[in-house]
Design a protein around this ligand. Structure first.
Ligand code: NAD
Length: 260
């Protein structure tokens, strides 16, 4: 008997990075998993996940900023996999720019994906979870929902927003047997962090690729960057029966980088 046998899980941004590791964890622990992404590569990722775990994996191309795409995501999950028990709102984007260079488009795109996208997916998942008697929502925020970093006011705002959505919805659905929690990854080795290392590195000084990350990792008490599987462990816990009495919380997964 595996922990998520019979459960249906959705992971947005599930085709790569942290989202893929989360999907892999649920698939290897018995769940059927839908991975959603704006990237057509989601089909190839689903094939890899199925081959690695033997689980049922449903790829769905979905832009989380589009109401019709999000509605299609959850109705496809229900018609194909029979319902939705756990939804992980993980899709996200970042750009890095000095305040005088940050464009309105960067601001809007970041808020659309990271904040509105989380809300739209929660909104739609809740409709199905209320009908079926409960569920768990986990929203990906960031260390930047605790402490805004330099050159990323739009990203920090978008991730503080995720915490606000999480707390408000957690109160609204608390008696519907639905939990809503947020997670704050720190420095996790993914494509997004490669971009951060390169662009912040160029803007903050003469850093060769990898040097800024190595320097920042020295500020992590555990002295290592995180991996997707470190984040997946927390998400799986929050989605499990062991976390049934935990809601509205925001939990760091960052090797001790931020302790509040
Ligand atoms: P990544 O760039 O590897 O993956 C991002 C995913 O989001 C991709 O699958 C991409 O296709 C998807 N996506 C982007 N826009 C989308 C849209 N409009 N609709 C649907 N999917 C979309 O990044 P990652 O590092 O795996 O990040 C995953 C999440 O974790 C993000 O929310 C990110 O902000 C957050 N995060 C990452 C780190 C880190 O150090 N890597 C730290 C804190 C928070």
């Amino acid at each position: 008997m595996k922990r998520f046998d019979g459960k249906v899980v959705a992971v947005t941004g599930g085709n790569q990075g942290i989202g893929f590791a989360i999907a892999e964890r649920f698939a290897s622990e018995g769940a059927s998993v839908a991975i959603a992404s704006v990237d057509e590569q989601v089909h190839e990722a689903a094939g890899q996940l199925k081959a690695a775990t033997g689980a049922t994996v449903l790829p769905v191309v979905c832009d989380v900023t589009s109401v019709s795409d999000v509605k299609n995501l959850y109705s496809t999950i229900e018609s194909t996999l029979g319902g939705i028990d756990i939804s992980v709102q993980n899709a996200g984007i970042i750009t890095i720019a000095k305040v005088e260079d940050l464009t309105e488009a960067e601001w809007d795109d970041t808020m659309e994906v990271n904040t509105k996208g989380v809300f739209l997916c929660c909104q739609e998942a809740i409709r199905y979870m209320r009908k079926s008697g409960g569920g768990a929502l986990i929203n990906t925020a960031s260390g930047q929902a605790r402490d805004g970093f330099i050159y990323t006011p739009h990203y920090a705002a978008s991730k503080f927003g995720v915490v606000g959505i999480t707390q408000s919805l957690a109160k609204e659905v608390a008696t519907d047997n639905i939990t809503v929690n947020a997670i704050c990854p720190g420095i996790i080795s993914t494509d997004m962090w490669d971009y951060n290392d390169r662009v912040w590195g160029e803007m903050l000084g003469e850093y060769a690729p990898g040097e800024l990350m190595a320097e920042w990792v020295q500020n992590i008490p555990m002295k290592r960057a995180g991996e997707g599987k470190d984040v997946a462990g927390l998400v799986a816990f929050l989605a499990s029966a062991d976390a049934d009495y935990i809601t509205g919380q925001t939990i760091n997964v960052d090797g001790g980088l931020i302790m509040s």
